[in-house]
Design a protein around this ligand. Structure first.
Ligand SMILES: Cc1ncc(COP(=O)(O)O)c(C=O)c1O
Length: 401
């Protein structure tokens, strides 16, 4: 015993920065304050009824036991059909592994590939879980910045410059949480070329693929056989079917060794994803034609348009127009150095804290995503609340001195 209680691995990960703001917002709400929260990381509609019916049927039929570790065959077949039809990706059911949310699919993938000291390229702003999962696996996250003024596009020279002899893996996320950036075919081709040149692997997190405006989602794995071989595609049901609580995600790969490693890790960690949730996910895909994505996307788009226009009309804020997901990620550095009611704003955390204290509006500071100049605003909330919240943000910014 070395006298130290916690493992070094655990000491490296950090509690979510968002937690402080979220718990403060919840506390104020409990005290009766009219809080408007732009923090939601999930769609603001219920899981569709036909999917719930699939779960009810599974329950009534007693489908309540362990399933195959990698997920029920009918679901993996339905996932293959979906990937073929929607993503131009051909996989066999034994190349799909279903897990407890895309988060576990990511964890299993990172743990399969990443050794102590391996470097993993992650583009900022990023979903913070990538960073902490890489650290837990003993790897080293290497950040390649993208910026609001470049529409969060990847600068390929910056990307290539960060590659060393220790680089093993690149994690991409399109549409992106939090920036909403969607990578074009050209950009994905360039990433694929660099990945091939340096003999790397890719994890492609495509969980927001359906929430996309005026453009198409392209899976990097669909570009050619070489990149398909190197890529683990991650997806799930949380965002597309509003099933965040059901915990069903999956990965697809054609690499038998990676698949075996993922299968083994999962078998010792959680075993199969919840049996009833798997049946619900199967129903989601099998009866997909019952589900109208178009009106959902149209509603999100109206909200995005409104919020981007309103934010850009505030003099010290600049908001790029995101092409996907349900977040905007405005740059607020124009507010730094200014004061509200005697409270100075120097960081994104200050901005969020003072806004919450003074105007009872909760946003997520960009620091949580590796960006020191922006804040994340989720527009997965009602029109009414969104308008009220934006009015308060506008007043707040206009009253900064
Ligand atoms: C970029 C990204 N990937 C993956 C996930 C995880 O999704 P799941 O609910 O399937 O674990 C999230 C959830 O917020 C996310 O934002």
């Amino acid at each position: 015993m070395n006298g130290q209680k916690l493992a070094n691995r655990v000491k490296q990960i950090s509690a979510s920065i968002t937690l402080a703001i979220t718990s403060k917002a919840n506390e104020l709400k409990k005290q009766g304050f009219p809080i408007i929260s732009f923090g939601a990381g999930e769609p603001d509609f219920d899981t569709p009824q036909y999917i719930k019916n699939g779960a009810k049927k599974a329950l009534d039929e007693g489908f309540t036991k362990y399933t195959s570790n990698v997920g029920i065959l009918e679901l993996r077949k339905a996932i293959c059909e979906k990937l073929d039809k929607e993503n131009n990706l051909s996989y066999a059911p034994n190349q799909i592994i279903v897990s407890n949310g895309a988060k576990q699919s990511l964890f299993n993938s990172i743990f399969s590939i990443c050794d102590d000291g391996d470097e993993v390229i992650i583009f900022s702003p990023y979903w913070v879980t990538y960073i902490d999962q890489v650290k837990l696996a003993g790897g080293i996250p290497v950040i390649v910045e993208t910026k609001a003024e470049d529409d969060f596009r990847i600068n390929m020279d910056n990307f290539e410059a960060k590659i060393t002899d220790h680089t093993k893996l690149v994690i991409i996320n399109s549409p992106n949480n939090p920036s909403g950036a969607v990578y074009t075919r050209q950009e994905l081709k360039k990433i694929a070329e660099i990945v091939k040149k340096y003999n790397l692997y890719v994890i492609s997190d495509e969980i927001y693929e359906k929430i996309i405006y005026d453009t198409e989602h392209i899976s990097i794995a669909s570009l050619n056989d070489d990149i398909k071989k190197r890529t683990i595609v991650i997806n799930g049901f949380s965002k597309s079917f509003s099933m965040t609580g059901w915990r069903v995600g999956y990965l697809a790969s054609i690499d038998a060794e990676i698949l075996k490693a993922v299968d083994d890790i999962q078998s010792h960690l959680t075993s199969n994803a919840n049996s009833i949730a798997q049946k619900a996910a199967f129903t989601a895909l099998a009866q997909d034609s019952n589900y109208e994505f178009a009106p959902i996307i149209a509603k999100f788009k109206t909200k995005r348009n409104f919020i981007v226009k309103e934010l850009n009309s505030i003099s010290n804020i600049f908001c790029p127009n995101p092409k996907g997901a349900f977040y905007v990620f405005p740059n607020i550095k124009g507010c730094f150095g200014k004061v509200y009611n005697g409270k100075i704003i120097n960081t994104t955390m200050d901005f969020c804290n003072v806004l919450l204290d003074e105007k009872k509006v909760a946003l997520v500071p960009g620091d949580a995503f590796g960006d020191k100049e922006s804040v994340r605003i989720s527009y997965a909330l009602s029109f009414e609340n969104m308008i009220e919240g934006i009015t308060r943000i506008t007043e707040f910014c206009n009253d900064l001195e």
